[in-house]
Ligand binder design. Structure first.
Ligand SMILES: NC(=O)c1ccc[n+]([C@@H]2O[C@H](COP(=O)([O-])OP(=O)(O)OC[C@H]3O[C@@H](n4cnc5c(N)ncnc54)[C@H](O)[C@@H]3O)[C@@H](O)[C@H]2O)c1
Length: 333
């Protein structure tokens, strides 16, 4: 069978970056198998080889048909889904935004090495700051907007469901509540649309209207990652599970609603809003009715993200000018 037909028979997910998050995602994809192969890519060749061997050992005990192998950026560019976990991570006390310059340069180099990218690939950004990187990945990948998304506040919303479930003594599955906006400090909780089952949150949990209750929960969802990183140096299981679930929604065309980061034409940036996700990526945005306070939080969040994007655009232009000047100098001498 020609190579290209064989490739079409396989469903593959490429994981770029196989540090803590990438390896945990690969392991999760082995445990709940949804694809034929997971391709791991990382410039640290001995690390990739070790991760492939260790993960393969976990697959030999049965229960999964998914194979793990090392690959190049070019191989990754042909996968059905490419998950980008490549990049620097926060040190204890560091903000996600401080990673921008380093991770934007890594993102640029990834797209030049992956090119030409499969036009049907769905890109999932995990590396931070995820909303800003999702914005630039749209441009750098050349893929349609609907095929480029970030995990955004899906993890923060899972944390919110977890804490509300505990307070209300119901299962987390019964909580319908979102953290929206930036996966970062300007995120906000859409309290006015939160519900347990179909009961509005303020009826199911009357204390949820109190300012102290809201402040405690917001600070929990905003600070959860920092507290875990301070104690163990990374967060991996939560995001590994979130990213693997998003891969499943895509490959199974599940049309699940999740708060994902994607381009918001009205706001000029990528941030998280509820969206329907399926085989072709973001199928549609699900509008929410916000109260006045939430509208302000959303606009402030978008304003902050736009300012960061403008700064990053200037840095990219300056880099390009420097590169061209160095090249011209090299040719001249
Ligand atoms: N979105 C979220 O909710 C969320 C949650 C946790 C972590 N993160 C982010 O995910 C990223 C990874 O975190 P981690 O703990 O796995 O970090 P890590 O340092 O353990 O792993 C990152 C890996 O990326 C690799 N890498 C660097 N350049 C690369 C390239 N060009 N191609 C492929 N791989 C490359 C590195 O060699 C390294 O192995 C960080 O930016 C972190 O902030 C996001």
């Amino acid at each position: 069978m020609p190579e290209s037909s064989q490739q079409r028979l396989k469903t593959s997910i490429a994981v770029l970056g196989c540090g803590d998050v990438g390896a945990t995602l690969a392991y999760t994809l082995l445990l709940k198998p949804i694809c034929s192969e997971v391709i791991l890519v990382d410039p640290k060749t001995s690390l990739v080889e070790a991760q492939v061997r260790d993960l393969s050992d976990a697959s030999f005990t049965g229960g999964t048909g998914t194979k793990v192998r090392a690959g190049t950026h070019k191989d990754a560019g042909q996968a059905d889904i490419v998950v980008i976990t490549a990049g620097a991570k926060q040190k204890p006390g560091e903000s996600r935004l401080s990673l921008l310059s380093r991770n934007l340069h890594i993102l640029e180099s990834i797209f030049s090495s992956m090119s030409p990218i499969n036009p049907n690939t769905i890109l999932i950004l995990v590396a931070n700051p995820v909303d800003i990187l999702t914005y630039f990945a749209r441009r750098l990948s050349g893929l349609p907007e609907t095929q480029v998304l970030g995990t955004g506040t899906t993890l923060d919303s899972a944390r919110l469901r977890g804490i509300l479930a505990k307070k209300a003594e119901v299962s987390a599955n019964s909580i319908d509540a979102y953290v929206l906006g930036e996966h970062g400090d300007s995120q906000f909780i859409a309290w006015s649309s939160a519900a347990i089952g179909s009961t509005p949150l303020h009826l199911a949990l009357p204390e949820s209207t109190q300012a102290e209750f809201r402040a405690e929960i917001s600070s929990h969802t905003r600070g959860a990652a920092g507290a875990i990183i301070a104690a163990k140096g990374c967060t991996a299981y939560g995001i590994g599970n979130v990213a693997a679930s998003i891969c499943k929604y895509i490959l199974f065309d599940q049309r699940t609603v999740r708060p994902l980061s994607f381009y918001q034409p009205d706001l000029g940036c990528c941030l998280s809003m509820p969206a329907v996700i399926g085989r072709k990526g973001i199928l549609k945005s699900m509008p929410l009715v916000f109260d006045e306070a939430e509208k302000k939080e959303l606009n402030d969040c978008a304003k902050g993200l736009r300012a960061i994007i403008e700064g990053a655009e200037k840095e990219l232009v300056a880099d390009k000018a420097l590169e061209e000047a160095l090249e011209a100098e090299g040719h001249g001498s």
